[in-house]
Every structure is written in C-alpha cells, then in structure tokens.
Design a protein around this ligand. Sequence first.
Ligand code: ASP
Length: 342
Amino acid sequence: MSTRRKFLQASVMSSAVALAGKQVLAHAVTPFHPVINNPIVVSTWDFGRAANAAAWEILGKGGRALDAVEAGVRVPEADPTNQSIGYGGLPDRDGRVTLDACIMDEYYNCGSVMALEHIIHAISVARLVMEKTPHIVLAGDGALQFALANGFKKENLLTPESEKAWKAWLKEAKYEPEINIENRLYDKAKDPMPGGPDNHDTIGMVAMDASGNLSGACTTSGMAYKIHGRVGDSPIIGAGLYVDNEIGAVTSTGVGEEVIRIVGSHLVVELMRQGHSPEAACKEAVQRIIKRSPEKSKRIQVGFLALNKKGQYGAYALQKGFTYAVKSGKEEKVHASKSMYR
Ligand code: ASP
C-alpha cells in the first residue's frame, strides 16, 4: 500500500473516531448533499403564506431547513384567530385544548409531542424531544412536564372565541368532522357521519434549504371536540409528516384516522422514490384512501403536500378546497390543490 493511501486511511479513521457522536453517525447513514439549490418552502392552507414568510427569513439567508420550518409553523401556533392550531385552537369535547406536533430533519432525526396541553409552541417542544432526549415521542402530561422543565411557560390556550364555539357545540354535542369546503357530494340528511362541522386543519410545512437538505414540521390542535386523548396523524412520523433527504418531504392534513391507516406521508415519499412526481404520488395516496372506504371518502377531507429533492412540489386532496402556499426565490403564491371529487 502506498504511503499516501496509508496516510489517507489513517486520517479518515482518526477523524471518524474524533467525530463519533449522534449527529456524525447520522451523517454516515444519510450523506450530506453539498449541492447548491434554490431554497423553497411549501405549507398547507392559505395560512401557510404567513408561515412561509417567517420560514423564508431563514431560508433566504442560507439558513437550515429545520430552523426554517420550526420558525414558520410557530406563526399560526401563536395566532389566536386560527382555531385549528396552537393558541386559540378549538378544544376537545371536555373543553381542553390539546396539541399534536412533530418535526423531522435531513438525518432521520425526529421528535413529536402528542396531546400536549398549556404550551403554545408545541413544535418547539417536539424539536427539544428530538434534540435533548433519546426518545421520539412524549405524550400528555409527560410532554407537559418535559416542556416546563425546559423553560416553556404554562398558558391557557382556550380563547374566549373557542370557548364560545365549544359551548355552542355542547348543546348538541355531536362529533362530526366537517369538510372545510362546501361539499356537494356529502348529503348530511342521507348519510350522517360521526364528526362535526369544521374545524380541523393543520399546518404542515416542508422545506429545502440552499444546501439541498430537507426538513418538515407539522402542528395542530386536531379535530375539534374530539374525545379527550385522541391523537391524529399530525404528530405521527410517517403519517402526518415524513422526510427522506434522498427523495423528498411530505405532509398531510384532514381526517387523521384515514391518513394513519395508510401511513400517508411515508407512502407518498416511497411513491416518489419509485419515480412518481410529487402530485402523482399524492394522488395515488388519496386513491388508496378511497379504495379502502369509497363512501366515507366522499364525506371527509384529506390532502397531501409533497416536495421532492429537485425542489418540485405537488399536492392532491379528496375534496376541492385544499390550498397550499409556496415561497421560493421565484414564487410566492397560494395554489388550489387538485382533488378527486370536483
Ligand atoms: N390531521 C388533523 C387531525 O386529524 C386535522 C386536520 O389536518 O384537518 O388531527
């Protein structure tokens, strides 16, 4: 063996030993892609536009996608007028606001909180679970204790508006998730379903930074008037969010139970791996939901939003009305997603 080769081998080994640690081992699993890309961020619903603007403050300056998605989704989390996320979210049937959130980076690192109460920025607690614990998910009181121990402030998340809506709901107390659109296919009289008029929406955000690395975040107060303790797809890695830095990043919104059944966001990533475009992959996942429950699918909303490694994005939903916001160096826009019905 040449002296030069021996030297190279020795220096590679010594730097591997010197750098041995969680992050470096993770690098070894998913190689860093040192390409210079055009950063881009996409997020669910019209309120994604304001969230994207906050994410862009970081992405536009060459910052990391992980920091961008966290900063982005904190915007609707703190907005009391948004009744489906964070502060001001509609409560469960017992009047308690419980939040679900998760975050995932380019190294398969991920963190999640489920049924977290009293903390506005559930996404930042999820990030701390990812970065400061050996675990991925903390739930309920344990998640709250962890947040408080890490300096988060305990607050009342139930705004007077959401309390009023809950009290009005209590009069009939019917659980019926409502599609957030006028859905002409859904004939309530003929086919009532367990669930209730809106509101359920989620902010799911996925981004690629200037280094070509992907990350995602997803946060919600879940289905309004749910049974206390119910957890939807949003904080479940693979269901409400998935990031594979070699392929793409995907998030979802809508009736979480249907997304969990097909492990929706992971499915969309895998379909992109097989060569589908982001939109085609999202459509295929929507079709999977319809195949399982064709009748129910007409009465509920589910939407997927995907971004691939080339910076191409696409979405697909069960029902018309799903929108998503895009921000890049070239574009700032809210798009209407294509849908299966109408
Ligand atoms: N996916 C959320 C949940 O099931 C709600 C939504 O996005 O509409 O909790």
